[in-house]
Design a protein around this ligand. Structure first.
Ligand code: UD1
Ligand code: CA
Length: 522
């Protein structure tokens, strides 16, 4: 087996994508957390090309911006969409230093299901067969819209009566068995739907639009393309026929799973591709040792990573570069974005973005962790807590009903129910710093910037504006005023007044020490 290496990958992404009916260029629509274009680039990445060129046209600024700064990657503008062959010519124009024996891949920008394994198989086939061109094909039930693969008459068994018919006609009579036989004959040409006669149109082996070319042969054939076809375009597919006529070897790899080659042209296909990716990503995670209780309601982005023995409960979205460590349990009803959940930690019914959940820590139910939250080992964030840019130390608990924004909290501290970190003075945000082993009383308002020293306490309802030294108690409550009998006087006849009256009568009866003493009623 030859160890082949690609020199460059060319991704065609200049088309309009009209059927998406979108202001966003087609290749920038997303499935499983990546743009369609990024899926294709990621599939090609393991093939070792040191240079990639993305051909842009429609929506060029947005497409170029989406890949800006990637090492080894550049975009080239195709001003006019004069065809796939023209697009490849434009791309080759900016790939300097390619030698005739070098290999380049050409890929469409809208096939997010393509796998690296299939591309590697195509590249291997190309090298092993010393081909000038190799293309990926698929056997499909409905070939409408695709280029058809016309093969030489196969040497394997087929109906004898048809032996003398032209290849295309023979194939037109095909069923599944014939397709398999057809895939054994050598490729003669690719014929586009619009240029196909009915017999050719009936062929169900299609061109996936994915190729490996040897540079010298590609250059030679591209120079001879014409626009003499139904669309008046330079078809890259005509390169195949030209090379066959030249006597060059053209190889074809039939995709083991035709679904992999499916392109996205409208939003129905976008959703279908997303669904297929979901199935694939959940399956990969499960086979690698993650328990996914309900794959059908688990959404996993392509960049999510798992350690074995992590668990995902139903209706959970794992987005971006989220990571689940061993023993972690996430869900149900949880959305994590770009978040790490360390070993043995859990997140239940919560929304967590760009945060880090330390080992053994717990979040939820019903918590909202905004970017920059770090919850230390064995820490706890409970129900109806919102955090943002909050560094929360190991063993510290924010168990319920609090807002913790722009805060640094030490270890083993407790933030009482209904505490608010008032971080915004209307113009600027300020930080609150709280030490270790601190007890913040219920309903404290901490007005930043403020510092609470180690071991300090605050009283319930305190409004803390001034720094508290270590070990101090901060209280700000006014003295309580109790106005006896106010309800009966001011709200006579209400349920509250009647209840107060009953309570007074009951306690008066109980407390009456002797029958001789008169009851005081007022
Ligand atoms: C193409 C193939 C067809 C194949 C199908 C697979 C040709 C002539 N036909 O047809 O055999 O079955 O893909 O999906 O190649 N593009 C440019 N510049 C252009 C034209 C196209 O960058 O001038 C890009 C498009 O954005 C797209 C890709 O090339 O990403 C394919 O072009 P498209 O017009 O969709 O070709 P198809 O008609 O689908
Ligand atoms: Ca297409």
């Amino acid at each position: 087996m030859t160890q082949a290496r690609l020199s460059a990958a060319i991704v065609l992404a200049a088309g309009a994508g009209t059927r998406m009916r979108s202001a966003t260029p087609k290749v920038l629509h997303r499935v499983a957390g990546r743009t369609l274009l990024d899926h294709v680039l990621a599939a090609a990445a393991p093939l070792g090309a040191s240079h990639s060129v993305v051909v842009v046209g429609h929506g060029r600024e947005a497409v170029a911006a989406s890949v800006e700064g990637r090492p080894g990657l550049r975009t080239v503008v195709q001003d006019r969409q004069a065809g796939t062959g023209h697009a490849v010519r434009v791309a080759l124009g900016v790939l300097e230093g390619l030698r005739p024996a070098d290999l380049v891949a050409v890929l469409p920008g809208d096939t997010p299901l393509l796998t690296s394994a299939t591309l590697a198989a195509l590249l291997r086939l190309h090298a092993d067969s010393r081909a000038a061109a190799s293309l990926l094909t698929a056997l499909v039930d409905d070939p409408t819209g695709y280029g058809r693969i016309v093969r030489a008459q196969a040497t394997v068994a087929r109906p004898r009566a048809q032996t003398d018919a032209p290849a295309s006609e023979v194939q037109a009579t095909a069923g599944q068995d014939w397709d398999r036989a057809a895939a054994a004959g050598s490729v003669r040409a690719v014929v586009e739907q619009r240029d196909a006669d009915p017999a050719t149109a009936a062929i169900r082996e299609i061109n996936a639009g994915v190729y490996v070319f040897t540079v010298g042969a590609l250059r030679s054939a591209l120079g001879r393309l014409t626009t003499d076809n139904a669309q008046g375009e330079e078809y890259l597919t005509d390169v195949i026929g030209l090379l066959v006529t030249d006597g060059e070897t053209v190889s074809a790899h039939v995709a083991p799973d035709a679904a992999e080659t499916a392109g996205v042209n409208d939003r129905v296909q976008l959703a279908a591709a997303g669904a297929a990716l979901r199935v694939r990503l959940a399956r990969a995670a499960m086979l690698a040792g993650t328990t996914i209780v309900d794959p059908a309601t688990t959404w996993i982005d392509a960049d999510v990573t798992f350690e074995p023995d992590s668990t995902v409960l139903p209706n959970t979205h794992l987005r971006g570069a989220t990571h689940l460590a061993t023993g972690s349990v996430v869900g149900p009803d949880t959305t994590l974005t770009d978040t790490t959940v360390e070993a043995e930690a859990f997140v239940e019914r919560s929304t967590v973005t760009q945060s880090w959940i330390g080992p053994g820590a717990g979040v939820g139910p019903y918590a909202h962790l905004r970017p920059g939250t770090r919850l230390g080992a064995n820490g706890r964030i409970g129900a109806y807590v919102e955090t943002k840019a909050a560094e929360i130390g190991a063993g510290t608990k924010v168990p319920h009903l609090a807002y913790v924004g722009d805060a640094t909290i030490g270890e083993r501290s407790n933030i009482g129910c209904s505490t608010v970190f008032a971080n915004y003075d209307g113009v600027h945000k300020h930080r609150t710093v709280i030490g270790s082993d601190v007890k913040i009383g219920s309903d404290t308002v901490l007005i930043a910037p403020v510092v609470v020293g180690d071991g300090a306490y605050t009283g319930a309802g305190a409004i803390i504006k001034q720094d508290l030294p270590p070990g101090a108690l901060g209280i700000t409550e006014g003295r309580q005023r109790t106005i006896e009998g106010w309800v009966e006087r001011s709200r006579p006849g209400t349920a509250a007044a009647l209840a107060a009256r009953r309570a007074q009568e009951t306690s008066a009866t109980k407390e009456a020490p002797a029958a001789s003493e008169p009851l005081t009623m007022n």
